[in-house]
Write a protein that binds this ligand. Structure first.
Ligand code: PLP
Length: 322
């Protein structure tokens, strides 16, 4: 096993969702609360950062560089972790900054991030440029990819599957939002290690299924190699549903609004507008369509994202006045 920093509050709880199950006339619905990983409102990036930041410290880094959208949970968690370890953090931010800063973007400022804005196509070049200029200034930057999704980051979800195996929950399905692929890739590697028998279904947030499957398979193979396994994964090993892309990345539509409201009203549980709201909407639709057998157990892996609820662009829509 690779070393990691201990930052997250683990194990995260597994809870039943009895009122949502009844409301949807269910299969048995449960959730794993990775929205409660403890770092700056939690979320799935904490588990990845445990491995990534160990590697950053081992490399003698004094500055983290990463990139994400204006409401990126990954950026929020990375800059919080940087603050906690006494590192500087530069964020390359894609999109128009909210004014005044709200939601995650507000937290980027509060944690003292250095912000650089870029167009989506220019992010990679900007990362390299900033890396080089920091090096030239005598700094020791450490680059963390989009979403923390490289093999080192994916180890967080390999480990999470070993954690789930000890939690007396053997779901038939795990359902969760999948985007940059590190979460799903890590889960696949961990599932083989732990002998998990269920199916791992990623609800694509922003990508055609075939592309996401290919990325997850490649990342899972690289992650397995990193821990000395000879296992490989192909796209056929990856389950992705891409029927819920809606209006595109970070565009909250009627389906996400319904999911957020239903989880809130039935279970007092907060989903987010971008990721868990979309995956929650997918889950609800799949249940209604009879995709799951009535006696199956479906674990909705809550990946966090709650602070984006406090981005004002979403609030009017959620309460019906915009
Ligand atoms: C980043 C993120 C995801 C997607 O995880 P990937 O590893 O990028 O696929 C899902 N949910 C939330 C809340 C996230 O912030």
């Amino acid at each position: 096993m690779k070393p990691r920093l201990k930052i997250a509050h683990l194990p995260t709880p597994v809870e039943t969702l009895p009122r949502l199950t009844a409301e949807l006339n269910g299969p048995h619905l449960m959730t794993k609360r990775d929205d409660q990983t403890g770092l700056a409102f939690g979320g799935n990036k904490t588990r990845k950062l445990e491995y990534l930041l160990y590697a950053a410290q081992a490399a003698g880094a004094d500055t983290l560089i990463t990139a994400g959208a204006v409401q990126s949970n990954h950026c929020r968690q990375t800059v919080a972790a940087a603050a906690r370890l006494g590192l500087n953090c530069t964020l390359i931010v894609v999109g128009d900054p909210p004014s005044p800063p709200d939601g995650n973007h507000f937290l980027f400022h509060l944690f003292g991030a250095e912000l650089v804005f870029a167009e989506r196509d220019a992010v990679q070049a900007k990362l390299v440029e900033i890396d080089q200029s920091l090096c030239a200034a005598g700094k020791r930057p450490y680059l963390i990819p989009y979403g923390g999704s490289n093999p080192t980051g994916a180890l967080g979800y390999m480990k999470a599957m070993l954690e789930l195996a000890k939690q007396d929950a053997a779901p038939d399905w795990i359902v969760f939002p999948s985007s940059s692929g590190g979460t799903q890739a890590g889960m696949l590697v961990g599932a083989r290690l732990s002998g998990f028998q269920g199916k791992i279904l990623g609800i694509s947030v922003d990508e055609p299924g075939e592309r996401l499957k290919a990325r997850v398979a490649e990342l899972a193979s690289e992650t397995a190699r990193l821990i000395g396994q000879t296992d490989t994964f192909t796209a056929r090993d990856v389950l992705v549903n891409d029927e819920y892309l809606g209006g595109g990345y970070a565009v909250m539509g009627a389906a996400e609004v319904e999911a957020i409201r239903l989880f809130a009203e039935c279970e007092g549980l907060l989903l987010d507008p971008v990721y868990t709201g979309r995956a929650g909407a997918g889950l609800i639709d799949l249940v209604r369509k009879g995709f799951f057998k009535p006696d199956e157990t479906v674990l909705f892996w809550h990946t966090g994202g709650g602070p984006a609820l406090f981005a004002s662009k979403y609030q009017g829509q959620l309460l019906g006045y915009a």
